[in-house]
Design a protein around this ligand. Structure first.
Ligand SMILES: [Zn+2]
Length: 319
């Protein structure tokens, strides 16, 4: 009996040593050039919650989504990296980069991962990287890779509505949340992280902001092509917009435009429901012949319970 107990304890200590140590699967700086949009769904039922019991997940989500704010950043090229040393056991390339929606759902069926790579690690561990850019996969089956080896580039292939790499971690086929390998019994407590350096949990933030001469459409904002660095003095309107993630009901988005002759606008808009991604815009129509020339400053502030959660600034030159 004594021996049995000792043996049990020794065995229990073993798996920790064989767990992979994960590095980020993407070559970007979290909070600056990329963000985590969705975590593994830890709700066993039909609801969804991440390991902190926050809302950054959706029902049945089996991985972590490392996202780029705009398609423009994706087009510029951001590498997808192996999170741990391993062997390439599966890959797919040749799937087009396209925002997932009802019109291409049938084409994507069975290829939800889009262009992807599967790596096998020791002791039944596996990592999978999804939604890579068409034609970007640069490893072959059987290749041995190190942590940090470039596998391809971030894309929007398969079942993806924004450019990101989805990282799935599995052991013996079962999904493991790399932020919290144990049961989620206490909200907000991360135990058993597999990360070499665990990324900070960021519930929401402002991703991109800019000026233009009319209220942009959402697709343009997400594309990253709505921003105009300069505007003519006779522009029909001056509009400042912001793209954000992780909005919660009751949040306030404050948009401020300061012109060369003082404040032009300060507008608050409240969110009536939680939104994974959203944008807001505020502006003024031209009255008279022209805008005063010079630099206009835009500031977007996300407020929660009256407290500033995030802020992003942008400028435009009017001449
Ligand atoms: Zn995902």
């Amino acid at each position: 009996m004594r021996l049995g107990l000792t043996l049990l304890f020794s065995l229990a200590a073993l798996p920790a040593a064989s767990e992979p140590v994960l590095d980020l699967p993407i070559a970007c700086t979290l909070g600056e050039t990329c963000h985590i949009q969705q975590y593994v769904d830890r709700d066993p039922g039909t609801g969804a919650r991440d390991f902190t019991c926050g809302g950054l997940s959706y029902d049945g989500h089996k991985g972590t989504d490392f996202a780029l704010a705009t398609m423009a950043r994706m087009r510029a090229g951001v590498d997808v990296l192996a999170s741990a040393p391993g062997i390439v056991t599966g890959l797919r390339d040749g799937v087009e980069d396209r925002v997932y929606g009802p019109d291409n759902a049938a084409a994507v069926k069975g290829r939800e991962c889009g262009n992807g790579v599967v790596l096998r690690h020791e002791d039944g561990w596996e990592t999978q990287y999804c939604h890579l850019k068409n034609g970007s996969v640069r490893v072959r089956k059987g290749d041995r890779v190190d942590s940090g080896t470039v596998l391809g580039q971030v894309g929007i292939s398969g079942k993806a509505q924004f450019p990101h790499v989805h990282l799935s971690v599995r052991r013996n086929g079962a999904v493991v949340d790399p932020f919290h390998t144990g049961d989620v019994t206490q909200c907000g407590a991360s135990t058993g992280s597999l990360w070499r350096e665990t990324p900070a949990y960021v519930a929401s933030g402002l991703l991109d902001a800019g000026f233009t001469d009319a209220v942009p459409d959402y697709d343009q904002v997400k594309d990253g092509t709505a921003t105009r660095p300069d505007l003519p003095a006779d522009a029909g309107a001056l509009v400042f917009f912001v793209l954000a993630f992780g909005g919660q009901a009751g949040d306030i988005v404050r948009l401020i435009i300061e012109g060369p002759q003082g404040q032009l606008i300060q507008q608050d808009s409240a969110l009536d429901r939680a939104q994974a991604q959203f944008f807001r815009a505020a502006g003024r129509r031209l009255k008279g012949a022209s805008w005063p020339g010079g630099t206009y400053q835009g500031a977007a502030i996300l407020l929660r319970g009256g407290v500033e959660v995030d802020r992003i600034d942008a400028t435009v030159t009017v001449n």
